[in-house]
Design a protein around this ligand. Structure first.
Ligand code: PXG
Length: 446
């Protein structure tokens, strides 16, 4: 087969798959049976063998407005020709100012200050550093410990894996570079399997935070970081009252609360952010993915007034926060984001998600089957958890994923869980196709 960078010249697989060391991939398994996507439009990919594949995972939880949206594509094309790059260190260009203003207007409460970066991992590291700087600026520099949660995913920077709670992401990389502790995860099949929306059981798990604080003392704890709905670990929906408790306990002890909204931000739950959905204002919030519809890499941290104002003090000519990236506020990313926000507004995509979430919940729970251990949903997020097949844990998830892919549907799997998160633009008939394909896949696995 002829090699071609985008697989398009021959429409086939490039002939040397070796040099690209693929991220979070079983490289040898994949390369033995490669699946290449060569173009995309709306909710569909086209695969290298010319098939249409419904994107049931919105890229990687990011393409909320669908692929190749004309308005976003044109905004990027125009911007790249007008101002391809400009620095934001002691210089500026108009776009990040405009964008930060629009984002601040979208966030609930006084999360009105925006620090730009390039990914969710960078957003998490940035938020952790802002939390440290905040306490230090207020004369509480002993607050250096972070509390994450088991099964949490906060990207792959050293900060993110330290507070994260997915063992595979941590075990090969030595002891954490920062002091951490972890809340228990909130998933108990025994107590909450097949809950529709938020489980009734489990608010008490937030009380573990009091125990952890008593162990380390609040004067040593900077922040608690959680995903409002845990995404990568297989969509763990917070029990009713759980996040409210975390907010109350952190507030009582002067500990910052960070919501990692890299997945839940920009409409996934039918509101701008989970903070708005749950009506809980964190002190810091991290976003990425849907901020540009996945078109250009971008992340951001939102900070409340009190956090920003505590740090942005001192002599006028002094840099207040020694942190930033070459591409913080990159013009093309900003243009992509501004166009994305316009599309979200004009097409009412968050409202559409809220409306579709009703049908979504029904479709998810109609999948009930003896082979399943659980079905979960919130907003336009869903998960199917298989009972592991005896002697072959993970096999059912992988086989179901392959069955779906071969039948025109892409969903995330890992290990025995399929995660469902389509573009918010998905139509009723496309939803029906998605769920009939899933039903067939559940039937097909042994
Ligand atoms: N926080 C959360 C909550 C995330 O979900 C990150 C941080 C890191 O973002 P970056 O942009 O550095 O990758 C994420 C990323 C999956 C999957 O299929 C999820 C993510 C990334 C790749 C795959 O679950 N989330």
């Amino acid at each position: 087969m002829t090699a071609s960078p985008d697989g398009s010249a021959s429409g086939k697989v490039p002939n040397d798959l070796g040099p690209f060391w693929m991220p979070f991939t079983a490289n040898r398994q994949y390369k033995a049976n490669p699946r290449l996507l060569v173009s995309a439009e709306g909710v569909y990919y086209t695969s290298h063998d010319g098939r249409k594949i419904l994107d049931g995972q919105a890229g990687l939880w990011c393409v909320n407005a669908g692929h190749a949206h004309k308005k976003i594509v044109e905004a990027v094309q125009k911007q790249i020709a007008k101002l391809d790059f400009a620095p934001t260190f002691n210089m500026g260009h108009p776009l990040p100012f405009e964008l930060a203003g629009q984002l601040a207007a979208l966030t609930p409460g006084d999360l009105d200050h925006v620090f730009f970066c390039n990914s969710g991992s960078e957003a998490v590291d940035t938020a952790l550093k802002i939390a440290l700087a905040y306490h230090r600026a207020r004369g509480e520099g002993t607050r250096t410990r972070f509390i994450g949660r088991e099964r949490g995913y906060h990207g792959v920077g050293f900060g993110g894996i330290a507070v994260g709670g997915m063992v595979g992401n941590r075990k090969a990389f030595g002891n954490s570079l920062i002091s951490t502790d972890h809340l228990p995860h909130t998933h108990s099949l025994k107590d909450m399997a097949f809950s529709q929306g938020q489980p009734e059981w489990g608010a008490h798990l937030a009380d573990e935070l009091e125990r952890i604080i008593a162990l380390h003392d609040a004067s040593n704890i900077a922040a608690v970081i959680v995903e409002p709905v845990a995404g990568s670990t297989g969509v763990l929906v917070p029990p009713k009252g759980y996040l409210e408790k975390l907010r109350a306990i952190t507030q009582k002890h002067g500990i910052l609360l960070i919501f990692d909204e890299v997945i839940t931000g920009f409409g996934r739950l039918g509101k701008s952010f989970a903070a708005e959905y749950f009506n809980i204002i964190p002190d810091l919030m991290t976003v990425a993915k849907g901020i540009t519809n996945g078109v250009i890499p971008m992340g951001a941290v939102f900070a409340r007034d009190m956090v920003h104002d505590a740090i942005v003090t001192g002599p006028e000519g002094a840099i207040e926060l020694f942190h930033g990236y070459t591409y913080s506020g990159h013009p093309v990313a900003c243009a992509a984001s501004l166009a994305t926000l316009e599309v979200y507004r004009e097409e009412g995509l968050f409202e559409r998600a809220a409306k579709n979430a009703v049908k979504w919940q029904k479709l998810v729970h109609e999948l009930k089957d003896d082979k399943l251990a659980d079905l979960r949903n919130l907003g336009m997020m869903g998960a199917i958890e298989f009972k592991p097949r005896e002697g072959a844990p993970g096999a059912r998830g992988y086989e179901a994923f392959l069955h779906c892919y071969e039948n025109g549907l892409l969903v995330r799997f890992g290990p025995d869980v399929l995660s469902l998160t389509p573009p918010l633009t998905i139509s009723e008939s496309e939803l029906d196709f998605m769920f009939s394909t899933l039903r067939n896949a559940i039937k097909a696995v042994k």
